[in-house]
Design a binder for this molecule. Structure first.
Ligand code: OOG
Ligand code: NI
Length: 463
């Protein structure tokens, strides 16, 4: 029998092999990431593993896929449900991007600590929004919806196996093999000729819309390894002659604790694709859609910590306005030094980030009563804190990643009202509850605080 987490780990590994064959530069990215991780581990020892064991980090990937309809999204939910991955978070990239990115998204990932430690594979999953009049007029919307209704992304056999794996939390060896084969195949780049006129029509609206709705299948858009020093990775990739996007998205490189998520990517590569011309000939053309991305993960922040992050993004935007891109990093670093606590302890005491807490072995044993607040408990050596890793995404970074790899800006009519989507809508479309990432981190933190309270015989849980 193959258990869910084994299926998930095997799927991630096979997808990675497949993507490496399709996009060889991805293999370089993985190799360079591994070198950087080994160097960081050598230089920092145990500190390098504070946000995840080296074996977790080395195997860690996120993927990105894009689908066209709620029905397709629901099927994606079944395939990932088989792998113990649940939809977490709602991202509205239509709002986060300046150019035309007509999608709303969620991320499928494991949610419990043990499952994450076994294999944290996650997939950022976007769904096209043909009903949004800022991008699609009534005629194009109707054509697009008809086109999407006529395609099948996942064979029924795959979905049947997926449902079984989800219900039974495991599959017999032969079925597991078949499931993995079909699941990986569903995300391969299709060789079927693309209707050039249709693709072009959509591309004028949005390159993302063309990538999703211009073809009769889906494909993995990128796979992202995790690296322990993203600035060093960026330098090494550039040295190797691989053209990276201009920036590292997310928090700046600064002297304090790593927070949230930093990401960068190399530019989308021209890939040969068969095109069907309006006069019916099949010619070989090329499209630039798929790229390679890499990320460094930091500590998960609380809603207060997130509000601070968002405020600082705006502040950096204001201060860096009109200055060259290179200065932005300096500006961001200065803003962070000014506003963000420089130690984990201070982040914890101010309730800005999530930690799990354990009582220390050498806590006071002289009969004195422990203090009430978490800051004092830490300060006086009663408990210690381990950071909780951020397992999710950032809308502004995601929009930046989408945008920096688009061939054109597309068109959007900001004078029209957008179609409304939110987390509840997405839950309904999926037939699965879209979980709130903050609630998941909070629960994990609270469980540890309840144990601390019990061990120290406190009246309530420390806050
Ligand atoms: C998804 C872009 C978002 C990330 O890491 O923020 C993303 C896409 O390009 O489909 O993957
Ligand atoms: Ni990504």
């Amino acid at each position: 029998m193959i258990s869910q987490w084994q299926l998930r780990a095997a799927f991630a590994a096979r997808l990675s092999d497949m993507y490496g064959r399709e996009v060889p530069a991805y293999t370089t990215l993985v190799a360079v990431s591994r070198e950087v991780n080994e160097d960081v581990l050598r230089a920092q020892g145990a500190d390098a593993e504070r946000l995840g064991s080296i074996s977790r980090v080395t195997a860690e990937r996120h993927g990105a896929i894009r689908v066209g309809t709620p029905g397709e999204l629901r099927q994606v939910g079944r395939v990932f449900g088989a792998l113990g991955m649940h939809p977490v978070g709602f991202y509205d990239l239509r709002e986060a991007a300046a150019s035309a990115v007509p999608v709303v998204s969620t991320a499928f990932r494991p949610v419990d600590g043990e499952e994450l430690a076994r294999n944290p594979f996650r997939v950022f999953t976007s769904m096209l929004t043909p009903a949004d009049p800022r991008f699609f007029d009534a005629d194009l919307r109707a054509r697009l919806e008809t086109f999407l209704a006529g395609r099948e992304l996942f064979p029924p056999e795959l979905l049947v196996l997926a449902d079984r794996a989800e219900a039974e939390k495991e599959l017999p060896d032969a079925d597991a093999e078949r499931f993995l084969e079909l699941a990986v195949r569903a995300f391969e780049l299709s060789t079927e000729p693309i209707d050039q006129a249709w693709y072009d029509t959509l591309e004028q609206v949005s390159a993302v819309a063309a990538d999703i709705g211009g073809v009769r299948s889906t494909h993995i858009n990128h796979l992202t390894p995790r690296v322990l020093d993203i600035d060093e990775l960026y330098r090494r990739m550039t040295e190797r002659g691989i053209e990276m996007i201009d920036t590292i998205q997310g928090p700046p490189d600064w002297k304090g604790p790593d927070l949230l998520l930093r990401q960068t990517s190399f530019r989308a590569l021209a890939e040969p694709r068969a095109l069907r011309t309006p006069d019916g000939r099949v010619v070989s053309g090329s499209l630039r859609v798929r790229f390679g991305e890499v990320e460094a993960r930091g500590i998960a922040v609380t809603p207060d910590g997130r509000a601070l992050y968002d405020r600082l993004l705006t502040l950096v935007d204001e201060r860096a306005a009109g200055r060259p891109e290179a200065d932005r990093t300096e500006v961001a670093r200065a803003v962070w030094a000014e506003h963000v606590p420089g130690t984990e302890r201070e982040l914890a005491a101010r309730g800005l980030a999530y930690f799990t807490y354990q009582v220390t072995a050498d806590r006071p044993r002289d009969g004195s009563r422990p203090p009430v607040g978490i800051g004092d408990l830490l300060e006086q050596g009663w408990v210690r804190a381990e950071p909780i890793v951020y397992e999710d995404f950032l809308p502004r970074s995601a929009a930046g990643i989408f945008q920096s790899n688009l061939s054109g800006e597309g068109t959007r009519h900001n004078d029209r009202a957008g179609a409304a989507y939110d987390s509840a809508w997405l839950s309904g479309a999926l037939g699965r509850e879209v979980l709130d990432p903050f609630a998941l981190y909070e629960e994990q933190q609270n469980r540890s605080l309840v144990q601390v309270a019990r061990a120290l015989d406190l009246d309530g849980t420390p806050g």
